[in-house]
Ligand binder design. Sequence first.
Ligand code: FAD
Length: 470
Amino acid sequence: MTYIMWFRQDLRLTDNPALSHAVEQGTIIPIYILDDENAGDRKMGAASRWWLHYSLTDLNNSLRDHLQFLKGDAFEIIKEIVNNNDVEGIYWNRCYEPWRIKRDKKIKEWLKEKDMQTESFNGSLLWEPWDKQIYKDDGTPYRVFTPFYRKGCLKADTPRKPLDRPDRIDYGDINLSGVKLEELNLLPEIQWDTQMKKEWHIGEEGARNRLVEFIENGLSDYKDGRNFPAQQNVSRLSPHLHWGEISPNQVWCAAQREGENKNTDHFMSELGWREFSYSLLYHFPDIDTENLQDKFDNFPWKDNKDKLKAWQKGQTGYPIVDAGMRELWQTGYMHNRVRMIVGSFLVKNLLIHWHHGEQWFWDCLVDADAASNTASWQWVAGTGADAAPYFRIFNPITQGEKFDKAGEYTRKYVPELKHIPDKYLFKPWEAPDDILKEANIKLGEDYPEPIVDVKASRERALEAFESLKG
Ligand code: FAD
């Protein structure tokens, strides 16, 4: 008997509940469908597509070249497969983006009408967002992280232990109107990916190696070290988790094996933030467009294309902001501390709507995630459920001085400031002329003058916030 295994954001063989179930039933046909039709405004960005191409290549190798690639409306494709072939059932791991939930429900109903065996599994979250154990006592979902995690997650059933990779997979043979991986056109037409290729080992093995490396070298100083972008204390597992090259259960259990201490606890709580973001996305499916606090609907955002562009390109004149934006552009990733700094700068110092930041990240991040990206942008903007208060405005100068004291991170991504002494690195406009000359810098030519005054823009942001109260 033949079963379809529909891979989605679970691009791995180990700890893949749907795959393990499918191979126990009989022979399988593994498929991947690129469904831009149902995604609507939430089509994957360029960096995500890039990652996906290599992740599918890796998965196909693990499946001994049996992965079938399809393109189009997943509902129509599945109908065609089922109507034209002798298959018994179809299995997949669940996704939680609102458009996918809607589409998958429709597909499941249709398959049930056809008497097909069909089942979906949890392959990407530690706790399902509808699990009542992670609800408040009054039966409503948490809107604040700490009680969600401490009273919900940590008191709920412990997450499932990871499943082994199937010992053996038998492949079936059916007629499919599949295409070649290259025909999914996931790679960019212009080559902007040279640095990105060097940065990542994409796929299941790369994810496993990353986890091992982090547990051995990063975890022991995670709690403090995670704030410093030049240090190797964060896992950089986010794209691997997003694409399901590793499951949160594998990561959670590996951390747990290291024993309880402030570093593992903190690391596990960050996985908790991922769960919290999914809970918010599930319960507030408009989170990508609507402020969770509706008082911000009247916020006087400013439209300023030039300033937005300067921010996107890492040309704001604030070195830590520019370093972050260039890290994003070159590697598809940005350190969390710097994500918060550049986010605050955009929405508070520039007063540009968080949607613009969210969309740029969506296009550029290899870990772009409908739950974590939107929830984090709302957090940064102060519009979210459990957000940093709007009046907490990161100062890009002191943040740089505090978290990149020796300037290692900033100089890496803003090499034109390589020779500026530490004292002026985060405020080069204050450097005397002879120092600038010695460092080979002409402000406004080699490196931009600041595009806003940090003090005045802070005051302006606070006034804008006050105006909401009136
Ligand atoms: P680690 O510190 O090693 O954490 C381990 C894992 O926990 C991460 O891989 C991630 O899955 C999860 N995690 C950590 N912090 C958070 C968080 N604040 N929220 C949700 N999950 C978290 N994360 C994404 O995965 N995708 C996004 O699109 C995304 N957009 C963001 C946008 C903004 C403006 C901000 C401030 C944060 C965003 N984050 C996003 C959250 C966070 O920055 C990244 O998850 C983290 O930097 C990934 O690096 P890491 O794997 O080394 O994290």
